[in-house]
Design a protein around this ligand. Structure first.
Ligand code: IMP
Length: 431
């Protein structure tokens, strides 16, 4: 049996431009699957003159005829989903090939409230979450107190489940936080009708994906967030509550490891992060400001200005190892034009020696200073360059330097938001 699957994974702190690359690769795919995260993600996809901002739906939804799957590893906000679907339907797209896992957990209004209260309670040590209820929804999943999409297929049992959940949650709200709890009526008003509207899309998506793979369909796994936000491998506790890394694909979509083919890592040509947490290569200076403005580095989901830094080769090297990247795609490469020099951190210097891999402990990271490899900058606007050979010599050297630092081949270089602003070095990514 020949397997044709491709995973697109963020290798930094999210916002790597995965939306553009998954959209680009979705043209070749038959099926697009999301496997973790929820409305904390924000993908901007530009098609001609149209801009689509997606949060929960896979990028494939913009391409007619593609099967789009929201896997069990996601957490879905039914109200956000309803709004996203309405917008797409109003704009002439269809939902006839959209499927949602019966095992997917739903984000309820009390999760969003808890996200807010927990952030306030952390006071100085805030994580800077997107306030979309992500963490509390995953907590409920693990503590076996969650509501799954499939629960909405049995209305009688559902009522009893929600009543039980509210009893426990309301203790927290009233006794720990001293705020009013939620009633069944609140939920009925705020989100239950939206959740019921998901019923027609529900099925066992693990079976569906497996059938598609077995009949030779090209299946694209679309990661959200990024490796450095991974609950296990990111800068804990300044992370999200799921596993964006490639290992998350299997548990988050019910697909066997042997059926995950090529893994494509996405990285910006520099680094950004939103929210709090360590950021060794951060540029709190006019170069950082220039990159922020040129790259329009403001959050798709929250509008927050993103923190900017040089490319962190140490974090990327770890991402290559953990995810098993076969290739990398470099995004926002055009943003670097006009800089006198461009730096890449190839190692960290620490009092106990040089580090080539990202440390687990923040107290070690705090004492690390990046060791930069300096590259000559280039002035030319490269946003309409169509092939690698036509790039300025300095830009080519930067790309080759990166391949050397990371020991991974670069397959795609994005030089602008449009689909045709993509330099293709290697395009046979579906294995
Ligand atoms: P949460 O996922 O809302 O719990 O937020 C946890 C951390 O992950 C915060 O630092 C967020 O800013 C960050 N985060 C979550 N989703 C994204 C994303 O799609 N892009 C970038 N950062 C994200």
């Amino acid at each position: 049996m020949s397997i044709s699957t491709l995973a697109v994974i963020g290798s930094q702190w999210g916002d790597e431009g995965k939306g553009k690359i998954t959209d680009f690769m979705a043209e070749q795919a038959d099926v697009v699957v999301r496997y973790q995260g929820g409305p904390n993600a924000g993908h901007t996809v530009v098609v001609g003159k149209e801009i689509f901002k997606l949060h929960q739906l896979p990028s494939g939804i913009i391409h007619r005829g593609k099967t789009c799957i929201l896997g069990n590893g996601m957490v879905i906000d039914p109200v956000v989903m309803q709004a996203e679907l309405k917008e797409l339907l109003d704009r002439g797209l269809t939902d006839d090939k959209l499927f949602i896992s019966d095992r997917v957990h739903l984000i309820m209004p009390y999760h969003k409230k808890l996200d807010e209260l927990e952030e306030q309670a952390r006071s100085g040590g805030k994580i800077g979450t997107t306030m979309r209820g992500i963490g509390p929804a995953y907590v409920d999943k693990i503590s076996r107190l969650g509501l799954r999409a499939g629960d909405f297929q049995n209305e009688n049992a559902l009522q009893a489940k929600i009543e039980n959940i509210l009893k426990i949650k309301n203790e927290l709200f009233t006794k720990l936080y001293g705020v009013p709890g939620f009633t069944m009526e609140n939920l009925e008003e705020e989100c239950l009708p939206a959740a019921r509207r998901l019923i027609p899309y529900i099925c066992d998506t693990s079976i569906l994906i497996d059938e598609e793979i077995n009949k030779g369909s090209k299946v694209l796994f679309e990661g959200a967030q990024g490796t450095m936000l991974d609950i296990d491998f990111g800068t804990y506790p300044y992370v999200t509550s799921s596993n964006p890394v490639s290992g998350g694909i299997c548990v988050g979509s019910g697909v066997a490891p042997s059926k995950v083919g090529t893994i494509l890592g996405i990285t910006k040509a520099y680094t950004t992060r939103v929210g709090e947490g360590p950021f060794p290569t951060e540029l709190k200076n006019p170069i950082g400001d220039k990159i922020r403005e040129k790259g329009r580095e403001y959050g798709t989901t929250t509008g927050r200005p993103r923190r900017i830094g040089w490319l962190d080769g140490v974090a990327l090297r770890s991402a290559c190892r953990i995810n098993g990247f076969g290739y990398l795609a470099i995004t926002l490469f055009d943003v670097l034009s006009g800089l006198e020099k461009v730096n890449v951190a190839s190692a960290y210097s620490h009092e106990e020696g040089t580090l080539e891999h990202f440390p687990a402990n923040l107290h070690i990271l705090d004492k690390c200073t990046p060791v930069y490899q300096e590259f000559k900058g280039w002035d030319d606007d490269i946003s309409e360059v169509k092939n690698f050979q036509s790039l300025p010599e300095a830009a080519k050297n930067y790309i080759k330097g990166l391949e050397e630092i990371l020991k991974v081949k670069i397959a795609l270089i994005s030089v602008g938001p449009r689909r045709d602003q993509t330099i293709v070095i290697f395009n046979k990514l579906f294995q």
